[in-house]
Design a protein. Structure first.
Length: 72
């Protein structure tokens, strides 16, 4: 399994492309992260096409079979 390199300090406002888009939602932007005691506890992705927000485990972004870094 390929892994995307992620720097948690640069996660906010980073851009991501879903490998398998759902509902034509392909491009996403990390719009919010929540941090407690220096650990990321929540990561909110916003679909660029319609503004829908999804909370995910930020570590899922490391899985290159699900997410590609940047807008592809």
């Amino acid at each position: 399994m390929n892994k995307n390199q992620i720097n948690p300090q640069k996660l906010l406002l980073s851009k991501w492309t879903a490998v398998t888009p759902n509902n034509k939602e392909k491009h996403f932007l990390v719009t919010r992260i929540e941090v407690q005691e220096l650990l990321i506890t929540a990561c909110i992705l916003e679909a660029v096409i319609n503004g829908h927000e999804y909370q995910i485990n930020w570590r899922e972004l490391k899985n290159a079979s699900i997410w590609l870094a940047g807008w592809q």
